[in-house]
Write a protein that binds this ligand. Structure first.
Ligand code: 26A
Length: 346
């Protein structure tokens, strides 16, 4: 069924990060002035975290990076390798080799830009019960430049893709690359999907986010991210997710023939599918506490499951149900990893 899916149909850009994940006491978060469920960029004062997790908290190393996670999950469900192509920047080190290997194993065709003098980016994942707090040290990931997309082979990959997915996180790295991919998608009338990614994106990167929004066909986000967007915009109904969704889909759009869709997740509460004339809810199966390993990557897996069906031309209903399936699966596994064969039934 998936055999007619074109190799390279889906192109994603993001920050390739190696996750350094550990269960920590609340005091650990306090010490670094972090909150449960944060997603932040590391500042100088956060730099000791990574070492401390390894030395004192039996940290695990896992492939991470939001877009790369989504593409790995999409590939797991699609089953045919190299449908998804990934661009991002890594260093020249063992962490880069690990990420390369994990991408290859998952069937993601990663075309990394390599920074010779900067280490591969890492993300501290601080697990406290069912919460996870993320602190990313982008390092080499921050060195990505549009030149990489201008290499003839990479340019061809972008031109030939049928679907595009970029995180809001990547706005901190290379807005020109995002605009380039968005313009390619628009020129060919192909869907361009984005994610609000974290509250800090709306707080500190609103202008580049608004610059790309007219190109965005589908916008993903969770409740905290939607609220942050609404607050930054000064929208009055910043507590009302449905109203925020309606406003998101109504923002200016270049390709008016394809009205924007917003898909807002809210943990174990229903996923909202907001279209210009309707709002639908999709129930999420609640997991028992003992089934939850960690929630790291749940949002990424949701997008991965969605994309796996979307690139096969499935209805939004199927895409969202597959997103919920994928998120539920990875919550039962460490980080954004899966086990066994996918069990999604349409
Ligand atoms: C720019 N920032 C902060 C980030 C990230 C990020 N991926 C890209 N850019 N901060 C955290 N992540 C990734 O999110 C996943 C969980 O959703 C982590 O690497 C983690 O795998």
């Amino acid at each position: 069924m998936t055999s007619e899916l074109q190799t390279g149909a889906l192109v994603g850009c993001g920050n390739p990060l190696l996750d350094i994940s550990a269960t920590v006491p609340m005091d650990f978060l306090k010490k670094y002035e972090m909150n449960e469920d944060d997603a932040i960029l590391a500042e100088e004062r956060h730099m000791p975290i990574y070492r401390e997790l390894v030395d004192n908290h039996r940290a695990e190393f896992l492939a991470g990076g939001s877009v790369q996670n989504s593409l790995r999950i999409a590939q797991w469900i699609i089953g045919k390798p190299n449908v998804a192509v990934f661009f991002g920047c890594v260093g020249q080190d063992d962490y880069a080799s690990t990420l390369r290997e994990k991408a290859r194993e998952a069937g993601v065709d990663a075309h990394y830009q390599v920074s010779a003098d900067t280490p591969t980016g890492t993300c501290a994942v601080l697990i406290t019960g069912t919460h996870r707090s993320l602190c990313a040290n982008l390092a080499a990931a921050n060195k990505f430049t549009i030149d990489h997309l201008e290499q003839p082979a990479n340019k061809a990959l972008v031109e030939n893709a049928l679907y595009y997915y970029i995180s809001g996180f990547f706005l901190t790295v290379s807005p020109p690359s995002i605009m380039r991919v968005a313009a390619a998608a628009l020129a060919k009338q192909r869907p361009f999907l984005m994610n609000l990614s974290a509250p800090f994106i709306s707080q500190f990167f609103m202008q580049p986010l608004l610059d790309v929004m007219p190109y965005v066909d589908i916008i993903f986000g969770n409740e905290a991210e939607a609220h942050a967007f609404a607050t930054a915009q000064g929208w009055p109904e910043k507590e009302d997710l449905r109203e925020i969704g309606k406003r998101l889909v109504a923002l200016n759009k270049l390709n008016a023939s394809r009205p924007r869709i917003a898909i807002l997740t809210q943990g174990c509460d229903p996923v909202l599918l907001i279209q210009h004339d309707s709002i639908q809810e999709f129930e999420v199966t609640s997991l028992a506490a003992h089934e939850i390993v960690d929630t790291n990557g749940a949002g990424d897996a949701f997008v991965g499951g969605f994309l796996a069906q979307f690139v096969q031309g499935k209805s939004l209903d199927v895409c969202i149900r597959c997103g919920n399936y994928a998120a539920g699966h990875i919550i039962k596994n460490p980080g954004c990893t899966y086990s066994g064969a996918p069990q999604f039934v349409e």
